[in-house]
Design a protein around this ligand. Structure first.
Ligand code: AMP
Ligand code: ZN
Length: 113
């Protein structure tokens, strides 16, 4: 856990631009934004990826999805937005702490699904 970048951001040991925080969730701006709004929504509990979600810990993922509409509204994403999770290296996950990309603020165009 000590080596986890997002755990360090949540703890304030590495700076970030926070946009939202509650008991279970921390959200901050992506350092390499892919759209005018690109926020990372992260459970405070360390799970390496979506693959580690279980009945016992799913509350932290649910809390992220409760936070997302609030963050989207605060960011002015009235026209819609996209939520992305990369699970595992083959899917492009580079930080092994569960996170959801909240992206919007421009026409998002071509979809994968
Ligand atoms: P993923 O590739 O799905 O694991 O997403 C990791 C995201 O973390 C990427 O979009 C990076 O740009 C972002 N990122 C990496 N380091 C930082 C940081 N220190 N602060 C904010 N975002 C970061
Ligand atoms: Zn972590």
């Amino acid at each position: 856990m000590n080596d986890c970048l997002f755990c360090k951001i949540i703890a304030g040991e590495i700076p970030s631009t926070k946009v939202y925080e509650d008991e279970k969730v921390f959200a901050f701006r992506d350092i390499n934004p892919q759209a005018p709004v690109h926020v990372l929504v992260v459970p405070k509990e360390h799970l390496a990826s979506a693959n580690e979600i279980t009945a016992a810990n799913a509350g932290c993922a649910a809390a992220c999805f409760e936070a997302i509409p609030k963050i989207a509204a605060a960011e002015g994403l009235t026209e819609g937005y996209r939520v992305i999770n990369n699970c595992g290296a083959a899917a492009g996950q580079t930080v092994m702490h569960l996170h959801f990309h909240l992206i919007g603020g421009r026409e998002l165009g071509e979809k994968i699904v």
